[in-house]
Structure formats: C-alpha cells, structure tokens
Design a protein around this ligand. Structure first.
Ligand code: HPA
Length: 273
C-alpha cells in the first residue's frame, strides 16, 4: 500500500472508532463560520490534533475540528476550519481530510469559502455558488504517484460542480430571498491579497470571484468520485474594484454580518441533499 493511503487509512480507522455512524454528506466551513456550527445537533467533536497524520490550521478565525452531528435531522460530517496552501502546507496535506472522507464513504462534499468579488455586479455580503473554477496556484494535489484505488490518473474536470445540487441551491435561495450568483472562482496561492492588475487579469480570464482555498479540495473530491457543491461568501470587492484596502478583519466582519443568511441557506440546502 502507498504510504499516503496507509496514513489516510489510519486516520479513517481512528474516526470510525470515535463515531457511531458515518454521514453521506460532508461540509467544509471557511473563515468565521462559527454561527453555523452552533446549529449542529448531537455534535461529536474530534480536534484535528487528535487525528493521526493530520495537520492543524494556523489561521485566526479557523477552528480545527471535525464535527459529526445532524442539521435539521440530516447526518453530516463538518470540517470546522480548513488548511490552506499559504500556511505552507502541501496540496496533499490540505486535501488529506477529503481523502479521509473518501475512505469513510462520504458521497457529497459541500465546500464554503470567503472570496473577493471580481464581477462588478457583486456587492459585499452576496453569495456565489461555483459553476467552475480556475486553478491559478500552479499546484495540483494529484501530482505524484497515482493510487488507482483512490481514483484515476487523469480525472475529468469538465463538470466539477454538480448541476443538480446547483439547481437545488437556486431554488432555496429564491425561496429565502437570498442574493445568490453563479460564477467562476479563481484560486490564487495567497497569502497576500491580489493586486488590482491581477484582478483585471482574473476578470479577463473569466473569473467572477477570487480566493485562496477550495480548488484542491474540489479536485480531490472529483478524483474520489464525490458530488461537489461550493459556495463563496463575497466578503469584499476584489482589489481595485473598490478603492478601499483589503483586510482579513473586513473578511471576518462581513462574514459575521451575513452569518444568519449563510446558516439558513446552508442548513436548508444540507437538509435537502
Ligand atoms: N482575495 C482573495 N481571497 C479572499 C478575498 C480576496 O479579495 N476575500 C476573501 N478571501
């Protein structure tokens, strides 16, 4: 067995020993999504630091635990806090938890993040579900020897974000009267925010939003054969779109301002999967 597969297996076995059943749906929460966590019923928390071979998040506003529980009765496995490439982690390290989910038997992955609005229609606090992405990191989590038991060498990426799940999301947003756009997310490596020139480039290349996460997780989840949905909270206009300088504090603050909308939308969405 490849070393990596062995490490994932150890981690998955550990988690199985701590929870009574494994949900089919998993959710990754980005910066400042603490409000959603309080909605999880019957929560069993497993800190990343206890999971064999797992790295821990170093970012303020990012917790670091798996939480197993239910949302409106629907069993779900939640990652409260994620790992980022800009923390210095390898793409394979940050997608390690997605591989754990794969071995546990998770079928649907819901990814969330905070992003900057490149599309000039987007205002602070609106939401965008991903129709597609541009991997602008120069890295790929599948580089290296391919373990065929985990997925194929050259996985198709022509439809990463599940159209049926997007249709469901559209219906819920309409019912809840939430501003939900659909667009292309471009991932930069970070941790510096983009320059105005880079945002012009991103727009020219077809991006509607920019951020520093999500793409490696989505790639690995598709390699693993999961259905994927991803949602960005547009916490700010991207560099140069507004005159204001960008800050992590603003990202967190706007995230908190729309927390109730985010939580209502996401809990109905998860319950309906
Ligand atoms: N750029 C990159 N990542 C982000 C941004 C941004 O403007 N806002 C929130 N995360």
């Amino acid at each position: 067995m490849h070393v990596y597969k062995q490490q994932i297996t150890e981690a998955a076995d550990f988690i199985r020993s701590r929870v009574s059943s494994i949900p089919e749906v998993a959710l990754v929460l980005g910066s400042g999504s603490g409000g959603f966590v309080s909605q999880i019923d019957n929560a069993v928390r497993i800190p990343y630091s206890e999971v064999p071979n797992m790295r821990v998040s170093t970012v303020k506003g990012h917790d670091g635990s798996f939480i197993f529980g239910t949302i409106k009765g629907k069993p779900v496995m939640v990652m409260s806090g994620r790992l980022h490439m800009y923390e210095g982690y390898e793409p394979k390290e940050i997608t390690f938890p997605i591989r754990i989910m794969q071995l546990l038997g998770v079928k649907v992955l819901v990814l969330t993040n905070a992003a900057g609005g490149v599309n000039t229609l987007y205002t602070e606090g609106c939401f965008m579900m991903l129709r597609d992405h541009i991997n602008f990191t120069g890295r790929n989590p599948l580089i290296g020897p391919n373990d065929e038991t985990l997925g194929t060498r050259f996985p198709d990426m022509s439809c990463v974000y599940d159209p049926e799940l997007r249709a469901k999301a559209r219906a819920i947003a309409e019912k809840q009267n939430i501003p939900l756009y659909e667009g292309v997310y471009m991932q930069f490596y970070g941790p510096s925010f983009e320059t105005p020139a880079e945002i012009v480039m991103a727009r020219t290349m077809g991006a509607d939003a920019v951020g520093m996460s999500t793409v490696p997780e989505a790639i690995v989840a598709r390699h693993a054969g999961m259905r994927v949905f991803a949602l960005s909270t547009i916490t700010n206009k991207a560099a140069g779109v507004s005159k204001n300088p960008l800050s992590h504090a603003e990202v967190i603050e706007v995230g908190q301002r729309v927390e109730a909308q985010f939580t209502n939308f996401l809990s109905d969405f998860i319950a309906g999967i």
